[in-house]
Write a protein that binds this ligand. Sequence first.
Ligand code: NAD
Length: 255
Amino acid sequence: MLAPNLKTAIDRLAHLIENSNAVLPFTGAGISTECGIPDFRSPGGIWARMQPIPFDAFMASQEMRNEAWRRRFAMADEFKGARPGRGHLALASLYQAGKAPAVITQNIDNLHQESGIAPGDVVELHGNTTYAVCLGCSARYELPWVRQKFETGGGRAPDCDCGGHIKTATVSFGQAMPEDAMARAETLTLGCDLLLAIGSSLVVWPAAGFPMLAKRNGARLAIINREATEFDDMADLVIHDDIGTVLAPFVTGRA
Ligand code: NAD
């Protein structure tokens, strides 16, 4: 049984969605915590355990590249069973019903694609950690290949044949944002009439600018997060509760 306040909030969210033509979900790490992937900033999150490796450090040192890959493979072992959660399935339902044209995400875990959203309609602002690229020639590498080289090389991160460094296809702090994804996200934001900011602390820029841009452009803004964010004051609806619980009623059929 849902608490009456939560039920009212979910009804308001349903009403906002029903009365919108283009719903744009904007998601952060919070949508994947129920799938067993920790976020960055919650207690016990990834940052409580280790600081991220900035891009310039990755580029400057073999040691840091080794460490980045060591962490990635430790993560792979920990999170390999992660499946889309109720939040992902609810957004896939909206997408398949033609309500949401795409999803903008800060996440790198591929779970929106796995929930049934076409890869071309998942706009990844921070890339994807389920494959790797050469930073020199942009060749794509699959993780099992990198891991095999890493392990047979005694824990040394491999380089590409072109001499470039191989890195997960993610955007690290200090690394340039992907221009195509940023441009697509802007177009989608300007075309939506309801932006749903879900499970993002909204402190990582420039990604956090999209909810604000939508609001300034006349769209409504709903925020679902278990903690307050700096954008709560400008939102039309704020639900401080668990994402899976809030979005479960929006899962329809086999999303
Ligand atoms: P964040 O860690 O800064 O914020 C996550 C927010 O979600 C927090 O405010 C937290 O209170 C909230 N939250 C967590 N679980 C929730 C739940 N079950 N219900 C409701 N709210 C919940 O994450 P961010 O804003 O996405 O920014 C951090 C960056 O970290 C992102 O850019 C992303 O690239 C990266 N990241 C990605 C993943 C992933 O792909 N799953 C995981 C960790 C970090």
